[in-house]
Design a protein around this ligand. Structure first.
Ligand SMILES: Cc1ncc(COP(=O)(O)O)c(C=O)c1O
Length: 445
């Protein structure tokens, strides 16, 4: 084994790593360790295969350790490790921006690059504020998010986000933020395949916020086309169009957070295309490199770019950026990933598989304790009854069983299992995912 390889190494001590979004003690008492990955699988340090039903963390859309991506990263690492993105550039940064812009609808034709979905969210909110300031609308400072929304963990993201555990311990957050209501209603939407019929009218709540705050104070609205982290809640039919109309009516910028829905998850490069709606900005991350190197970004419409990039040649256009914006390794990984998506038709593949996936996943309806099932694109979520000792405990037990007994990874959100396999998933692997979840539901009730 090479001195650099950790594939077979087990750590001696798990104590030092302060794990994110994890119960550290419980994990360290009974770890779920992964040390290798290929295509649809992870492998534990002992070499046990684990079916990846979640594309890592909604990111490995092309599958894991695909040869062209690995080679592109290796080549780039040998050629140039880093180039400053402020006042200097490197060719792959421009190439990757052009490729991403070409995938986006309408005139979303400029790309700001960063390193994560959280940075993308905060960057989009800052660009919205600065856009209004620079176009003579400096009173437009209010940011509108949505209940049950997730936009990462920066202060901007948690402020517009709508998940109380992510907010409640972190002080007063950004001032001047308000929220739209979420779009989930189990009574009216349970067991919908794709976008639920009920719920477009929830967009009209923006009228109430305009009445309360006045449009002249509102900079932007940010929503996920499918709320991922609170259990995969697809937008109701017509909801996003309605939001677009209202934002146009009141001069408010509309931002889609496509950190999960971008790069094929809903069968299109961006969900904006699926819904026939062009937002003013799209945030992305994860699938842009299939998770191989951290990267995120913000697509902006031409009028936004033009507002900053004026002809009178300032020394700097936008006072925002990251040391690792357009990192050469990330750009190389992204170019190879985008090639793979195109060559293998993976977005179209997800679209074609959606009805088959939906039928397979909805077969879980007969399992014990199931309260709702949602599917859209290559995403599935199943809600089930909580245990008396607290919300999320039954799902945690299920996640442990799935890993140790069934050899599969899922995401949990409260008492929901959410799955989002790599877009290379085979039909038999879809069946395997459903079977493993089904057996687990039998076991935890
Ligand atoms: C919709 C959405 N926005 C933002 C983020 C944050 O991305 P990151 O964890 O890369 O900062 C996530 C992460 O899951 C997400 O689902």
């Amino acid at each position: 084994m090479s001195a650099y390889s950790s594939a077979a190494a087990s750590p001696n001590d798990l104590e030092a790593f302060f794990m994110p979004f994890t119960p550290n003690r419980a994990f360290k008492a009974k770890p779920r360790l992964l040390s290798r990955s290929k295509d649809m699988h992870y492998y534990t340090p002992e070499g046990r295969a684990v079916l990846d039903a979640t594309a890592g963390l909604w990111c490995a859309n092309a599958g894991h350790n695909r040869d062209p991506i690995v080679e592109a990263i290796q080549h780039q690492a040998a050629e140039m490790d880093f180039a400053p993105p402020f006042q200097y550039g490197h060719p792959k940064a421009f190439a990757v921006a052009a490729r991403i812009a070409a995938l986006a609808p309408g005139d979303l034709d400029h790309v700001f690059l960063c390193n994560s979905g959280s940075e993308a969210g905060d960057s989009a909110l800052k660009i919205a504020l600065a856009y209004h300031a620079t176009t003579g609308n400096a009173t437009r400072t209010r940011l509108i998010g949505r209940e049950r929304g997730y936009h990462g963990v920066g202060f901007g993201g948690i402020s517009v986000g709508g998940m109380s555990p992510n907010r409640k311990m972190f002080g007063s957050l950004l001032p001047g933020v308000d929220h739209l209501p979420h779009t989930y209603n189990r009574e009216k939407q349970a067991f919908s395949k794709g976008e639920p019929e009920w719920g477009a009218e929830r967009a009209d709540a923006l009228e109430n916020l305009v009445a309360l705050h006045d449009a002249s104070t509102i900079a932007a609205v940010i929503v996920e086309p499918m709320a991922g982290s609170t259990g995969a809640i697809p937008a109701p039919v017509g909801y996003l169009k309605r939001l677009r109309e209202l934002c146009d009516k009141y001069g408010i910028l509309l931002i889609f957070d496509e950190v999960i829905t971008g790069f094929g998850r809903l069968g299109y490069a961006f969900a904006a295309e699926r819904y026939g709606v062009v937002p003013d900005m799209i945030t992305f991350a994860k699938g842009v490199t299939s998770g191989a190197v951290p990267m995120g970004g913000v697509l902006v419409r031409k009028h936004i770019y033009d507002a900053f990039v004026k002809s009178d040649a300032p020394v700097i256009d936008l006072f925002h950026g990251y040391t690792y914006s357009a990192h050469p390794l990330a750009c190389a990984a992204s170019l190879a990933t985008l090639d793979l998506y195109r060559e293998e038709g993976l977005f179209e593949r997800a679209r074609a598989l959606e009805p088959i996936w939906a039928d397979a996943f909805h077969s879980l309806r007969s399992k014990p304790g199931v309260l709702d099932i949602r599917t859209v694109g290559l995403v599935g979520a199943v809600d089930f009854e909580s245990r008396a000792d607290g919300v999320g405990r039954r799902a945690y037990e299920g996640m442990e069983r799935l890993f140790h007994d069934e050899g599969m990874m899922v995401r949990t959100a409260g008492d929901t299992f959410a799955v989002s396999p790599p877009l290379i998933v085979s039909e038999s692997q879809m069946g395997e995912i459903v079977e493993k979840i089904g057996r687990t539901l039998d076991a935890i009730f």
